[in-house]
Design a binder for this molecule. Structure first.
Ligand code: GLV
Ligand code: MN
Ligand code: MN
Length: 417
């Protein structure tokens, strides 16, 4: 009886959609997106709403020392490891309503479906929100899950500051999300994350679900160029130490590096110019670089080319260039992808294998437990943009796959015990 009931269990499309729209009010932008940076008052409002929804559906809440939130729904045997899911509620400055939020709220929809149908799962189920996945206000990205997985040092990350010098730890305390649980201490045996694809592949192939097999590698850099400020109208060209033209050469080479390598990607998205005055030759420039590739050896070659090019520009122009490669995220394989595939096939959704171009919290959870990701299409493949859109039906499919993946994993964890 219970098996039959479980097989026919489905999430509620309208409820999931309404929750997505309700969450999107925090930081809503004029163009229909969200600007909800990590550790802000808006982040607090979003977290509070998640916590209240989970409490209403019978969960106990734990917050850890880097601000990650865990909502646990008990199962039949609560000594066994739980099945976890989660994503992030912070957004980019020009973010949409779905990146991260959909993964969190797909979890809430799974929780509500279990709760209203009074399903007793073999193990507990755990629903999480990870701190600062975006890496926009504080760097690097996936900071909460990275600390949780032991990849980053807790104190170092709490001491990270934004462009105004405000500490992450102080912001978490201020918004009431600096908890006392030890990162890494949850009793979880498998982890799944639902996310919009953020690219065009599923839409182009007309598939409902992406079974994510791999998360590609990422390297992040801070680049600082020290030149010399001087007057734009009186400094002859041969006397200049222009940090801007040196930056321009490097930025252009980052694009060249990406083009030279199969599946290579290269981006400069952040820049600070000093003194930022139109008639003074810039003396100091700081900018970011983001290189990506699914193959670690190719990403290493890209890294080496960038390093050598920066040195050559420094030598040629007589400038100081400091390249700080402060974050390397190695490509990760998701070894619980077959659970996602089995649930997708059981539900009859079209699907294909895919790799993740973005970083995700599940990538760090994959260090600790079998993990998998469920991708759904998004319109035009556009994300990190206020127009980012997935339809109610696309979201429903992802949440249904999450529900059945988690149920299957819970049965597996219980029968393995
Ligand atoms: C984070 O989500 C990233 O891919 O940069
Ligand atoms: Mn995301
Ligand atoms: Mn993102």
């Amino acid at each position: 009886m219970q098996d039959l009931q479980i097989n026919t269990l489905r999430v509620k499309k309208e409820r999931l959609w309404d929750s997505l729209m309700e969450m999107a009010q925090f930081g809503a932008t004029e163009k229909g997106g969200c600007n909800r940076l990590a550790g802000t008052d808006l982040d607090k409002q979003a977290r509070d709403l998640f916590v209240s929804w989970c409490k209403t559906a019978g969960c106990e809440i734990t917050i850890d020392k880097i601000g990650n939130i865990f909502a646990r729904r008990p199962g039949k045997n609560n000594d066994l490891p739980a099945v976890g899911t989660g994503s992030h509620l912070d957004t980019q400055p020009t973010g949409g309503k779905f990146d991260g939020v959909f993964g969190v709220l797909a979890g809430v929809e799974v929780l509500r479906t279990l709760h209203e149908n009074k399903i007793e799962t073999p193990t507990a189920m755990e629903f999480s929100v990870w701190t600062n996945e975006e890496g926009s206000r504080f760097q690097p990205a996936m900071q909460g899950s990275g600390v949780y997985a032991g990849r980053f040092d807790l104190e170092t990350e709490l001491n990270k500051t934004d462009v105004d010098g405000i500490r992450l730890g102080d912001e978490l305390k201020r918004i009431g999300y600096l908890g006392d649980a030890e990162p890494g201490s949850r009793n979880v045996g498998a982890f799944f994350e639902t996310h919009i694809e953020q690219g065009p592949i599923l839409e182009d192939a007309d598939k409902a679900i992406g079974i994510v097999r791999l998360g590609q590698g990422i390297r992040w850099y801070n680049i600082e160029i020290q030149g010399r400020e001087s007057h734009s109208g009186t400094t002859p060209m041969y006397l200049r130490k222009d940090a801007m033209v040196a930056s321009a050469e490097i930025i252009s080479e980052i694009e060249n590096i990406a083009h030279r390598h199969e599946n290579g990607l290269g981006t400069v998205g952040f820049m600070q110019v000093y003194p930022n005055s139109r008639n003074t030759i810039p003396g100091n420039i700081k900018f970011s670089a983001d290189l990506r590739n699914p193959k670690p050896d190719v990403l290493l070659a890209m890294h080496e080319e960038l390093t050598a090019f920066c040195q050559s520009v420094a030598d040629k122009r007589g400038l100081e260039i400091n390249l700080d490669p402060f974050w390397y995220f190695a490509p990760v394989e998701f070894n619980a992808s077959d659970d996602v595939k089995a649930a997708t096939e059981k539900l009859g959704y079209s699907h294909m294998d895919i790799y993740a171009g973005a970083g995700h919290d599940a990538c760090y959870m994959a260090d600790l437990v079998p993990a998998g990701m469920i991708f759904t299409p998004c319109e035009g493949g556009i994300s990190h943009n206020e127009v980012e859109y997935s339809s109610p039906e696309q979201c429903e499919a992802g949440a249904n796959v999450l529900l059945h993946t988690m149920l299957e994993a819970s049965h597996r964890l219980a029968s393995a015990s």
